[in-house]
Write a protein that binds this ligand. Structure first.
Ligand code: 0L1
Ligand code: MG
Length: 257
């Protein structure tokens, strides 16, 4: 049996992002399953690398109940981050470059020694050099942010841009830090790092394990976005966004008017 057209689906998703044009879901009509969806994600990454982007890390998606409920999908997923997606802390993004951007508060890790697949959380401080508050800007390439699990995996888990705040050494206990998402000085979402798989350190274990299944090993120096602590909020032109994580500090971005 002929499988789904991995290159063709990647091209459609890549063009949707480049032209800021939403498309319909693809998995049902193309027979895309989870494994083939990760192959599409890899093809999308190759497309970016071919135009000079660099792979700088990994992100976890749908690591909280709030996020799973928001999009109606119930599995943890992972995607790729490139240098072009990184926005400096306090930097400005153009909402017109995205279809329907949303922002969410996250915790980022700066990877040190390579974690081995299956390595326990006990070795976390060997594997992670520093921790930071972060903002992920997600932008599904599918109309109305509606997709199945293979669809969203193929679409690089809606990754679009990210901001990393100041790095600090790993503090004692990351499992229950208060998290706020502020828009224009008002609290838009309140959460806790406990929402990230119970403890964001677990997201690293999951990332090592799940990416490892597809032959992807995490690298020293990579950024690892552990996942959102709250649901995502639409990003409007002119908005000033801050993610505040207890003990870790603040990451921010502005949306140009
Ligand atoms: O980072 C995330 O949790 C996003 C995963 C994909 C689902 C979505 O677009 O909200
Ligand atoms: Mg996220």
């Amino acid at each position: 049996m002929i499988g789904p057209d991995v290159a063709g689906i990647a091209e459609k998703l890549g063009v949707a992002a480049d032209t800021v044009t939403a498309i319909g879901q693809l998995a049902a009509e193309t027979g895309l399953d989870v494994d083939a969806a990760y192959a599409v994600q890899t093809a999308l990454l190759q497309r970016r690398l071919a135009r000079g982007e660099r792979l700088v890390g990994l992100k976890m998606g749908l690591t909280s109940r709030a996020k799973m409920a928001q999009v109606g999908v119930d599995e943890v997923i992972w995607g790729r981050l490139t240098d072009v997606m990184r926005v400096p802390d306090g930097g400005t993004v153009d909402v017109g470059a995205y279809i329907h951007p949303r922002v969410e508060p996250e915790v980022a890790f700066l990877l040190d020694r390579l974690p081995e697949p299956g390595e326990p959380v006990g070795a976390f401080t060997d594997a992670v050099r520093a921790v930071a508050p972060a903002i992920e800007l997600i932008d599904s390439r599918y109309a109305d942010f509606r997709f199945s699990l293979p669809d969203v995996i193929a679409d690089n888990t809606s990754a679009a841009a990210f901001v990393v705040g100041p790095w600090s050494p790993v503090p004692d206990g990351l499992e229950n830090l208060g998290v706020l998402l502020e828009i224009d000085g008002r609290v838009a979402q309140v959460g806790s790092t406990a929402a990230i798989l119970g403890d964001p350190r677990r997201a690293l274990d999951e990332g090592v394990r799940l990416a490892g299944r597809h032959g992807v090993r995490l690298r020293e120096g990579w950024v690892f976005l552990a996942g959102a602590a709250t649901a995502a909020v639409p990003l409007r032109p002119g908005a000033h966004v801050r993610a505040v994580v207890e003990k870790l500090g603040t990451a921010s971005l502005r949306a140009a008017s």
